[in-house]
Design a protein around this ligand. Structure first.
Ligand code: GDP
Length: 195
């Protein structure tokens, strides 16, 4: 799949601010600083669609991007700096929970993890949560340029084990720096959208 057009359609903190549920949505989640904004920019081929920053204290909103006038990419607020309770029940969690559990046109959540490190307890909790709601299946391992060709399969295996992935769940290594891996990730998303 190729992304031809992308535009920020809506910024929301509550359902009354969501765009209409007319288009399928693919959400992206990961801890702050994992490289989510950089990946969204790479996927859409736009340098500044999502705001890349070293500042973890960014405003926490749900950003809806309209893609090819056919579906939406939804940028969920990063976790890791705010306390995340097991039930995701803090205010950040409430906003996430409301979207993830209530959005009927949400197809799946692409979960981002940093390829260099074992997924954190929060990454694992998020994955369990997504699996519980039938929203898991695609993992993007970011900053793939930071590991050698030799290390890559080891890191992928470690991520698979730590998140207890099932064989059907796929990990896609991506690098926004080297601009690699986004084609395969987009194809996986395209396949889901066609189902
Ligand atoms: P976000 O907080 O998840 O949206 O992450 P950002 O996209 O803002 O990136 C956080 C930091 O990681 C920034 O300093 C980026 O330059 C860096 N970064 C993002 N993607 C990559 C990548 O593919 N490779 C490397 N080496 N650094 C990256």
């Amino acid at each position: 799949m190729r992304i031809v057009t992308s535009e920020l359609e809506q910024i929301a903190v509550k359902p009354s601010q969501y765009p209409p549920g007319d288009l399928a949505e693919i959400a992206f989640a990961g801890r702050s600083n994992v490289g989510k904004s950089s990946l969204l920019n790479l996927l859409t081929g736009r340098k500044k669609l999502a705001h890349v920053s070293g500042n973890p204290g960014k405003t926490r909103t749900i950003n809806f991007y309209r893609i090819n006038d056919a579906f939406r990419i939804v940028d969920l607020p990063g976790y890791g700096y705010a306390k995340v309770s097991k039930s995701l029940s803090e205010s950040w969690g409430e906003m996430m929970e409301t979207y993830l559990e209530g959005r009927e046109n949400l197809l799946t959540v692409v979960q981002l993890v940093d390829i260099r490190h074992a997924p954190s307890a929060q990454d694992a909790a998020m994955h369990e949560y997504l699996r519980h709601y039938g929203l898991s299946g695609i993992i993007a391992a970011t900053k793939a340029d930071k590991v050698s060709r030799n290390q890559l399969p080891k890191q992928m295996k470690m991520i698979r084990q730590t998140l207890k992935l099932s064989p059907e769940e796929q990990i896609y290594p991506v690098s926004a720096l080297k601009k690699t891996g986004h084609g395969a990730l987009l194809d996986a998303i395209g396949a889901l959208l066609e189902e």
